[in-house]
Design a protein around this ligand. Structure first.
Ligand SMILES: CC(C)(COP(=O)(O)OP(=O)(O)OC[C@H]1O[C@@H](n2cnc3c(N)ncnc32)[C@H](O)[C@@H]1OP(=O)(O)O)[C@@H](O)C(=O)NCCC(=O)NCCS
Length: 150
């Protein structure tokens, strides 16, 4: 049996991937957030290095995506901090290693910008994402989240 991941191809995200990403996000969260993704993927594209946002395709269909950032990149003064903003895998394709391939690809890209520290924010209740990042070697950082409801 051929390896599922052999059929996977990873490429840079383009603005044309908007609908596929909205579709995956809707399948994952159960609600459509098209305006949010238009802002992220179309309007804010210039704020991120082009190779820090990737999609994974199976048979020409986008099965997952990852959105990364390099602090300071938009001001042409990149520093050593990178971010994983969002990762999402189509539920039909989860648990097959796609997120890992995307994360490894993104980490590789971030290192080309001299990033040596990568942050991400995960909701404490989001067990799937916490488990995933734990499996990728992430641990608790030294920043804590403070909130004031007004
Ligand atoms: C979390 C998520 C990214 C994992 O994607 P995936 O493709 O299924 O993950 P992979 O198969 O690449 O798993 C990679 C590693 O993480 C581990 N992992 C992933 N999800 C896990 C879970 N729910 N529980 C335990 N371990 C998990 C795998 O066991 C694997 O570990 P290994 O390398 O030691 O074998 C995916 O479930 C997802 O997209 N969830 C929704 C996230 C979300 O809300 N995004 C915002 C909206 S789109």
């Amino acid at each position: 049996m051929s390896n599922f991941l052999d059929k996977l191809s990873v490429r840079q995200m383009t603005k044309g991937d908007l609908d596929s990403i909205v579709e995956i996000d809707t399948k994952v969260l159960g609600e459509s957030r098209k305006d949010y993704w238009v802002t992220k993927i179309i309007n804010q594209a210039e704020n991120r290095p082009p190779d820090a946002s990737l999609v994974a395709e199976i048979d020409g269909k986008v099965a997952g995506f990852i959105l990364g950032e390099v602090s300071g990149w938009e001001f042409k003064v990149p520093n050593n901090i990178g971010w994983i903003d969002t990762i999402g895998i189509d539920p039909d394709y989860q648990n097959r290693g796609i997120a890992k391939v995307l994360a490894v690809g993104l980490i590789d890209s971030l290192q080309k910008y001299s990033v040596d520290t990568i942050y991400t924010l995960v909701n404490w209740n989001d067990w799937d994402l916490l488990q995933f990042f734990h499996a990728m070697g992430f641990s608790r950082g030294d920043m804590i989240n403070l909130v004031l409801k007004v």
